[in-house]
Design a protein around this ligand. Structure first.
Ligand code: FAD
Length: 501
């Protein structure tokens, strides 16, 4: 029998995990959250919790000697990345051959490092991707609940039109409109009122100080300020940090036993613990949850797990690109880091693309328009378990990214033609105008309705649940965290109402 026991354990503390923790706590279930990263609440030597994006230090990345920012170079020069000391920093880039995956590490998971964009998917596409989920219920109850809980808000259009901080977005909008494309405002979880006060010089700057992928010191409603704060407030939830869950096995007495490694700030494992629970909620993200399940299946710890575990993984069709504008179309030395506008061409049946107009705050004037395109890439990857390294390996070949690049190229060729502009070749390495070897939106690996039932109950393992991005089958058409949150809300409603505790 394990020395420690809790009625419920939640693995990870990203979106799905945070919803599970809050709803369990409110239902009176004593719950332990195990998170492999740090709690980001104490200031460093510079007086800030997170480092500036332009001056990254050990806090920026997860056990690296050098930062690995999405933009590799500028003018082909290696001026973006910095040498750092290995430390449990907030952003990780997990390499899997031809595809690497950016993820957040720490209490709050991806909410600590993401761009805060909070769109709700097109209802028609959502129903196509997840036909087993009642769309009336999602759009009537769970999406509105997720948006409210996450603190989703809209930019004031009047301020957007007048502020220097969104000139970059207005320039990109003009170029999109010249090509006959539609743009839309995109809601965000960064508090736009706070941002206006930043611009007025009334409060410390964060989005207006270049902060985003290595954490925001102010303004952003990350999960530690929303769901996780509320979960702790129930008095039934505790969060344990630097706890990496590596094993799960059934407890002969019922429920599950989890094996967790305690890490220290140098990356050493200082202890290995076992914790028992009645119900186990996996919220370690697409990569984390899939690895835990795959390892358990392949080592025989959970032989009941089916063949669908490790399948149906996709990049949400992510591809990044950048255009070079004419000299008169400067984008501004001052740029807010939170995107507020997207090019919405998803209804173009021949080439659906939703492209976020991304900032590139360099603190100096320039002519680059950046985009993160979300495309409808039908390719799917899968994971296998590598016993030698005791880890999951993603199988994704370079050519599987080609449909994403083709779709983004078709859209931005249009924009370039209409504006007589060209792509930038100096930013992503290898002289490429399209960054097709990383994703911000890992989705799938434990797909809803395939590896689980329609509510995330893992098939063959009663009392074991997946609650995160691993449930989404590889594509959503928009940035994913609102959907991950809403799906977790829906699952927790059902699980708490019906499943034995
Ligand atoms: P995650 O948020 O990934 O959380 C998983 C947590 O589990 C992490 O804290 C991790 O450390 C922990 N963990 C993993 N393995 C283990 C283990 N074995 N044991 C214990 N803990 C573990 N999405 C949007 O919707 N809008 C955006 O603007 C946006 N921008 C992004 C920008 C960047 C740079 C990145 C990286 C992502 C962005 N995303 C965005 C994606 C979004 O953040 C993710 O889709 C979301 O965080 C996934 O939620 P999740 O619940 O699946 O898990």
């Amino acid at each position: 029998q394990p020395a420690q026991y809790a009625p419920a354990i939640v693995v990870g503390s990203g979106y799905g995990a945070a919803v599970a923790a809050l709803r369990l706590g409110q239902a009176g279930v004593r719950t332990v959250v195990l998170e492999m990263g740090r709690l980001w609440d104490a200031p460093g030597a510079d007086g800030k919790v997170f480092p500036a994006t332009t001056a990254p230090d050990q806090r920026s990345m997860w056990f690296r000697n050098r930062t690995e920012a999405p933009l590799a170079t500028f003018l082909w020069l290696d001026v973006v990345n910095r040498d750092i000391t290995p430390y449990p920093g907030v952003l990780d880039r997990v390499h899997h051959g031809d595809m690497s995956v950016y993820v957040g590490r720490g209490v709050g998971g991806g909410s600590l490092v993401n761009g805060g964009m909070a769109p709700t998917p097109r209802r028609s596409y959502f129903s196509e991707v997840l036909p087993a989920v009642d769309a009336d219920e999602m759009y009537g109850t769970y999406f509105p609940r997720a948006r409210r809980m996450l603190g989703v808000n809209d930019i004031d259009p009047g301020w957007f039109e007048s502020t220097q901080w969104y000139r970059f977005a207005r320039v990109s909008r003009k170029h999109a409109h010249n090509a006959g494309l539609r743009t839309v405002f995109v809601p965000n979880v960064y508090d736009f009122d706070y941002m206006r006060r930043e611009a007025a010089g009334q409060v410390p700057r964060s989005a207006l100080a270049g902060e985003v992928i290595y954490g925001n010191n102010h303004g952003k409603k990350s999960l530690d300020k929303t769901y996780l704060a509320a979960a702790l407030g129930t008095g039934n939830v505790t969060i344990e940090t630097m706890q990496r869950v590596v094993g799960v096995r059934p407890d002969p007495a019922g429920g599950y036993v989890v094996t967790a490694q305690t890490g220290d700030l140098t990356g050493r494992v200082t202890a290995v613990r076992e914790l028992g629970c009645r119900q186990l909620f996996l919220g370690a993200g697409s990569l984390g949850t899939t690895e835990i399940l795959l390892r358990a299946r392949e080592t025989g710890a959970l032989p009941g797990l089916g063949e669908q575990v490790g399948r149906g993984w996709g990049t949400n069709g992510n591809v990044m690109t950048a255009r070079a504008n004419h000299l008169w179309d400067t984008v501004g030395a001052c740029q807010a880091t939170m995107p507020a506008l997207g090019i919405d061409d998803w209804d173009n049946a021949g080439n659906p693309v939703f492209a976020e107009i991304a900032p590139l705050p360099m603190g100096l004037e320039h002519w680059i328009s950046m985009y993160l395109a979300i495309t409808r890439n039908p390719e799917r990857g899968h994971f296998t378990y590598d016993a030698a390294t005791d880890s999951a390996r993603l199988h994704w070949r370079r050519e599987q990214s080609a449909p994403s690049v083709q779709a983004a190229k078709a859209l931005f060729d249009r924009v370039n033609r209409a504006n007589v502009t060209i792509y930038r070749y100096d930013l992503f390495g290898e002289n490429k105008p399209f960054a097709d070897t990383f994703t911000y939106h890992p989705l799938g690996g434990c797909v809803l309705g395939e590896a689980t039932d329609a509510y995330g109950r893992v098939k063959g393992c009663p009392g074991l649940y997946a609650v995160d991005g691993s449930l989404v089958p590889g594509s959503l058409g928009v940035n994913p965290f609102v959907t991950i949150t809403a799906l977790a809300e829906r699952a927790m409603d059902r699980i708490l109402a019906t499943d034995p505790r």
